[in-house]
Design a protein around this ligand. Sequence first.
Ligand code: AMP
Length: 424
Amino acid sequence: MNAIQAIRGMNDVLPDAVSAWQHIERHVRTLLGAYGYEEIRPPLVERTELFRRSIGEVTDIVEKEMYTFDDRNGESLTLRPECTASVVRAAIEHGLLRTPGRRVWTMGPMFRYERPQKGRYRQFHQIDVEIFGIAAPSAEAELIVMTRRLWKALGLSGLSLELNSLGSRDIQARYRARLVEYFSARADALDADSSRRIETNPLRILDSKNPSMQALIEEAPRIIDEHDDDARAHLDQLLAMLDEAGVEYRVNPRLVRGLDYYTGTVFEWTTGELGAQGAVCGGGRYDNLVAEIGGPANPAIGFAIGLERLVALLDVQSVELPVAMPHAYLASAGPRASILAHAVAERLRDAVPELRLVVDAGHGSFKAKLKRADRSGARLALLLGEEEARNGRIAVKDLRARGPQSMVSIDDLAGHIVRNVFAE
Ligand code: AMP
């Protein structure tokens, strides 16, 4: 029979890679907790309408990338392609918005039917962070200094920050008119996607990755030139806060991001070390989205980090990761000894709760078992034979130091391990 394989673009995270994931998850949890963020876990599946309304009908995600299906009741459901819409839906539904300045985060898989390539998958993972109820640029500044601290905590370097401000919906409407005028006058030079988008969503043209479009996009009008006093003051204040906190950034007037709900500040952290998929974190302000989903008017801002890309960057930058090897490996041989093995191991675990102990479950000689003990990375091998079992003793061999093995009474074993492994 043919072996069944994973779906294209959906990856198994294998034991070798998992320490990088855990390293990230651990730091994210600690850091976000320290900044006053609470974890939230929305479901992976939502009504399709939620994403259509929030992300926007004329975006790559909604037009061609969603995993959408009818359930048995004929209701259209979608595997979440991103998480902000779900978090906002949950925040409205459960009254989280009643406390201004509520900070939440979540982490988990997202699904987009994209063309799989290095760094771009169909199931990928994001850390998603949101602040509700703060209209001032202090919210943007907090998210940015917090991400900068996260890169440092993870041991990553060389990430650069770009930001832009898309302004209010009024500014966007004015800008949209100028873009339509500009691109319509150059209709012959547009690719098929961009021609279509002149009518439907001209801002998206700026997001085109087509090389033949880049010169045209470079010359296009800039949204910053449409800013009113409020938008200008907001951006200036944010930049002053970042300057004061010593954050380096570049204002990029072409940065528009791929989702329609953004108003005001947008930002992206990128690296040059991951080839074409260099965006590691993207976010921005979405002051209208809560109301657009049916909640009370409420300013909001957030970002998403791509976990696969952080994992890849840890690898490229050869960041050393803590690996949790077993402290001890217990092997037994003989009928009485093998019956005793788990009882001895459980006594040890009771006495030393932080002990990482593997019990050998295989057959073979002590020599073969010692080999397995060594391969496990354990510091100590605990060898329980028939004679030891009879005498209530166990042979302890330090696998990382040359030297004879010692005989230790099973009653003293926990103390021996604590003295030899944990006291260092
Ligand atoms: P977005 O939700 O599109 O703003 O993306 C936020 C971040 O998620 C990006 O900066 C990437 O790091 C990551 N990301 C988005 N799409 C994918 C994907 N298909 N595969 C892997 N990572 C992704």
